[in-house]
Design a protein around this ligand. Structure first.
Ligand SMILES: NC(=O)c1ccc[n+]([C@@H]2O[C@H](COP(=O)([O-])OP(=O)(O)OC[C@H]3O[C@@H](n4cnc5c(N)ncnc54)[C@H](O)[C@@H]3O)[C@@H](O)[C@H]2O)c1
Ligand SMILES: [Zn+2]
Length: 364
């Protein structure tokens, strides 16, 4: 087994990252090198638990971790205060103390929720993440953001809490629905667009292998994405400077589309649409050449991601969602735009007609 292993260093924390096909069956030994074997709560969703909990618990037991499992219903509705409360109940029952451990086994829903519970139980117990979706492998498990949803909005309650270990086993992606694999590629293309133009070429050249879930291609895909995101977040661990805002490319309009469709579309699909619109804004602002924008849109489409909406968008509606976005600075919509492929610039003075034209172009 070829194992890629590296550490991400933060001001007060360090995260070990392991990427290898089959690595899920070895997390016990990976963890025992990082923490003393202890009481451990594995949190998962029912779909993922049915597939991978047994192997996870076995390897933890073998390494001396006293392990219990809590599997919650799949879906983002589970990312709630009520679910966090169920996790706290189980932690209390297990008498999980500060030297206990939480293992999140699943997609971004699970890592956000279990990470939040770990961040807040006794003001913080260690957490290890075993992501099982493309979205979680390349985005949600890196950077230490944890969150639950509130009726007033998504991810409104949260904490920063860096995991001790992120154990990525790309073989877990073989059971993932194809639509979820494709959706995750929205974030991957975003990483290439904001920070690594040669990685965009890689996407163009590896489409068939990625969409066929070829393990070698998936390892390279994951490692390159993790390095890009880790490089950004380690320079701005708590999102206090504009550095981390580069990750927001495609998300301003993307989030609005997601909310306007009542979250019926995948996040990555909305990011894809958001990148198409933002790319056109970049061209209108003379930040990106038309050919570069066309290339980005072609790459997005080639992965089966949407580049247009089925119905013409309600522009006023989307504008009002954008104004409510928690990243809007003092009521102004701030766009992360491409300054050529591979670089970004923050812009809070995009003229209104340019924004509207970009949104409306998605309906044509
Ligand atoms: N913290 C962050 O920085 C960050 C970044 C991006 C996204 N997120 C969050 O991540 C969540 C979305 O993550 P997601 O797309 O992974 O969704 P998800 O965790 O809801 O998983 C999607 C679906 O796939 C199923 N599934 C997961 N792994 C599987 C596997 N290997 N085989 C078969 N089925 C599997 C799940 O049961 C679920 O039904 C959102 O809540 C979002 O807010 C957080
Ligand atoms: Zn995203």
């Amino acid at each position: 087994m070829v194992v890629t292993q590296f550490d991400i260093s933060y001001a007060n924390a360090r995260t070990r990252v392991i990427v290898a096909p089959g690595s899920l069956e070895l997390i016990g030994s990976a963890l025992s090198g990082l923490v003393t074997p202890t009481k451990t709560l594995v949190v998962s969703d029912e779909t993922v638990a049915a597939l991978y909990a047994r192997a996870t618990i076995e390897t933890l037991h073998e390494a001396g971790f006293e392990t219990d499992l809590l599997a919650l219903p799949p879906g983002d509705a589970t990312k709630s205060l009520a679910s966090a409360s169920l996790i706290y109940d189980r932690m209390s029952h297990l008498q999980l103390s500060r030297d206990g451990l939480v293992v999140a086994l699943g997609g971004g829903m699970v890592s956000d929720l279990a990470g939040f519970a770990a961040a807040t139980w006794m003001r913080g117990v260690p957490v290890a993440l075993c992501p099982t979706t493309v979205e979680a492998d390349i985005d949600a498990c890196i950077g230490g953001k944890t969150a639950i949803n509130h009726p007033a909005g998504k991810n409104l309650i949260g904490a920063f809490h860096q995991p001790v270990l992120v154990n990525i086993d790309p073989l877990c992606l073989r059971t993932l629905e194809h639509r979820d694999v494709v959706a995750g590629m929205g974030e991957s293309i975003k990483h290439a667009a904001i920070a690594d133009e040669p990685f965009l070429t890689w996407h163009e050249n590896h489409r068939e292998r990625v969409l066929a879930n070829d393990p070698e291609a998936m390892v390279e895909l994951v490692v390159r994405n993790v390095r890009i995101k880790a490089n950004v977040v380690s320079r701005d661990e708590r999102e206090r400077t504009p550095v981390r805002a580069s990750l927001n490319f495609g998300h301003t309009i993307g989030h609005a589309i997601e909310a306007a469709h009542s979250y019926a579309l995948r996040h990555g699909e909305c990011v894809a649409l958001g990148m198409v619109a933002a790319g056109r804004i970049c061209v209108a602002m003379s930040l990106l050449r038309q050919e570069a924008c066309d290339r980005l849109i072609r790459c997005i489409a080639s992965y089966g991601l949407p580049t247009r909406l089925e119905r013409p968008p309600d522009t006023d509606d989307l504008r009002s969602y954008m104004a409510r976005d928690k990243k809007a600075a003092a009521g102004r919509v701030r766009f992360t735009l491409l300054d050529g492929l591979g670089a970004t610039v923050l812009c809070d003075n995009v003229p209104e007609p340019v924004v509207r034209e970009a949104i409306e172009s998605l309906g044509r």
